[in-house]
Design a protein. Structure first.
Lengths: 428, 428
């Protein structure tokens, strides 16, 4: 039986260089541990002129045209680390059509072009993407292999390190959002243009992929209710803490009788829950299962080497599948699952004029929409301009539809200044 | 290529019944997910007379003689769930010699008879034991597969649910050890004879196995420094909390320049650390790695279905290896690694007579042994019989050898009543 597997890495950026470094420096370690000789045959990039910080890379491995990699009959595994959804998509689809196994860390590509890619790529057979969600943390392997005999009931993930860093530093250092974001940018934890992260889009890509794996149900990211953290203020974190909660950006997917409940938004989580304790750039995925019970996987969700660690683990698995040629671990996919209506408890912060009768007006509108209030908090903690004060309401379970209608009506009241801040409560 | 894999389950107790239930009820789900037809051929036990709470089990599967299972040429995978180290050992060794793949949840067997078993069993090739450590949590799979390209630096585990339940309920409900133990026994979280759990022996079995996997270094449990929790009092948990720590029973293995540092003992852990937040019967393994960074795997470490979930995941992996016949994921084993001397910071609680000069005497002895004190706490919180008071010292890094010598000398002082309580501090 052959033991040699040839790998072509396309995309020699931050992650690509990490993968190359590992494949070159740990070839014998991998051989000893896996019995496989994993040989890096190509490193492909348009530009080799700048230093990647991993020392010299053999000249003979370098190629500039990705087509050369995917058509070479010797290449077994193509590693796509280009990013984006266009050329990356072409690379992945061409490689699969050429009969290669593909490893990718590209969550945008997988979640946005899932139908095309999964028409020829079989997860766990010729398509591997551990690094696309939660970096080094083996969430894909755990769902597919360790939990093979489980029905998964719910996934609750802190899957974006940028947002978690910002929310953690707001809370721990009493910063407003803007300052924490600037600090994160300064430290390299947030991009110059941070929209994909802070508006929850990156998280929606990831929960789209996880839902596909866990439930066999695929929802395009555009169809996922997605709210980011840019409207959260320090005062919300403090009020939440007073009530025993932490605020986290959560990616959620749970199977309900009515359909799949899938969404991304900030949520109040009880402070004693394991997810509340995840701070800084770390990621965590909390899983509810019917056989194994509850589980949390926690670790580094990004960064050169943590992500490369997951990519190389995938390369090994791809190599093994390739050599053994046995059945893949398949997931039966539903590309148009029924999506459930959301019901939730809510934290709402209104900015209101400090005048009698305000609470009566607001609670009247909520009542009309069958939304019942579980607690009210009004303090002078932060008296604002124009004599406004924050008014915090916590509600019982309510329909999202009714809530957004009610919020619209309340926002039109004279006594209500600024758009209300609404955060869902997850009593995990 | 064949798809059918025949399984014999030996031991029809709590876990065995869970495994049988899953194999019978989820055969088609497993087939769909894995492409393999996993057929339960035998259930073996000496006694089928009592109800296992999983409904009726087909008569034709039941056998009483384990030898019938391991010699049947049709059987591919033997699942050993008998427990103990004698007959279980005979079963595992015979099955391996017969060319079967073996799945076991038996940590005592694996850790105590590792040399014999690993002389013919290759982890990940024909020997699978995910369920032996941390129940449902995929610690073995993660170390072996997800972290294949990592050098692991340290493992810090809460691997015994009984101890963690007791320490949690002591702290949360202000109970003394004895009361919390009785409560745990009442709830079925502790055995009638709880020695294996509360004295740390079960944890030493588990860290012996984890060290073998993570470092390729095997240490017999008898050679592992092992302390349990039976001497911990509520007052220790409260003092620790005052100083920002939680007390957990930790199983530790870390590679040091001087050798392998492997041990089990209660430890003070900073309260903000993820491990401090693990309460009740849950388990968690914290891993330090050189490539993936830090990671935590958390979940149910025991119980019928969580453990069965891991066993069935192993059965699937064993079946795949068997059919593919490709190289195992091997670990090169060192059966006599150098074991490092321990250095640590310490929390020490002395019970002393409330009289001037006591602190001077104690600190004099510590100084003679080059142990320097980082803080002293003496309160009237718990004035005891004979006018004694607790005196708490925290030390800087000190040698374990010097410390035990110093403690011996201090214990002989007139003013010191009762044996001092010593808990190591892990500044994770």
């Amino acid at each position: 039986m052959r033991r040699r597997v040839n790998v072509g890495v396309i995309g020699f950026g931050t992650i690509g260089a990490g993968v190359v470094r590992i494949l070159l420096s740990r070839r014998s370690m991998l051989k000893q541990k896996t019995g496989l000789d994993i040989r890096l045959k190509y490193i492909c990039d348009k530009d080799f002129s700048y230093d990647r910080g991993i020392g010299k890379v053999p000249q003979e491995l370098q190629v500039k045209d990705w087509k050369k990699v995917v058509v070479d009959p010797e290449v077994d595994v193509v590693v796509e680390l280009v990013g984006g959804t266009k050329i990356a998509g072409e690379i992945v689809l061409t490689a699969l059509r050429q009969g290669k196994s593909v490893v990718t860390a590209n969550k945008a590509l997988l979640s946005e072009r899932a139908k095309e890619i999964l028409s020829i790529g079989i997860p766990g057979k010729n398509l591997f993407f551990e690094a696309s969600v939660c970096g080094a943390i083996p969430v894909v392997k755990t769902i597919r292999e360790a939990l093979v005999t489980n029905k998964i009931k719910g996934l609750y993930g802190i899957v974006n390190g940028t947002c978690n860093y910002i929310l953690s530093s707001m809370f721990e250092s009493s910063l407003e959002f803007k300052v924490a974001l600037e600090q994160a940018q300064h430290l390299g934890y947030a991009e110059k243009d941070p929209i994909l992260d802070i508006e929850g889009i990156d998280s929606s890509h990831k929960i789209s992929i996880l839902s596909m794996l866990a439930f066999g149900k695929y929802v395009h990211p555009d169809k996922i209710l997605t709210e980011g953290i840019s409207r959260i203020e320090l005062i919300d974190l403090l009020f939440a803490a007073d009530m025993g909660y932490r605020v986290k950006l959560l990616a959620i997917a749970q199977e309900e009788k009515e359909g799949l409940d899938i969404r991304v938004h900030p949520a109040l989580i009880p402070e004693e829950h394991m997810l509340s304790n995840i701070s800084g750039v770390f990621n965590g995925l909390y899983l509810r299962t019917d056989t194994a019970g509850d589980m949390l996987l926690y670790g580094r969700g990004a960064g050169r080497f943590p992500t490369a660690s997951a990519v190389v683990s995938d390369i090994v698995d791809a190599a093994r599948e390739r050599i053994s040629g046995i059945a893949g671990r398949e997931v039966e996919l539903n590309f148009s699952p029924k999506v459930a209506e959301i019901e939730s408890r809510y934290y709402i912060r209104f900015t209101v004029v400090d005048r009698p009768g305000v609470l009566a007006k607001i609670s009247g509108i909520l009542g009309k929409h069958c939304i019942s209030i579980s607690s009210v908090h009004q303090t002078e903690r932060a008296k604002g301009r124009n004599n406004t004060v924050p008014l915090i309401l916590l509600t019982h379970e309510a329909s999202e539809k009714e809530m957004s209608q009610a919020i619209k009506e309340i926002s039109e009241l004279d006594v209500v200044k600024r758009t209300p801040v609404l955060i869902r409560i997850m009593d995990l």
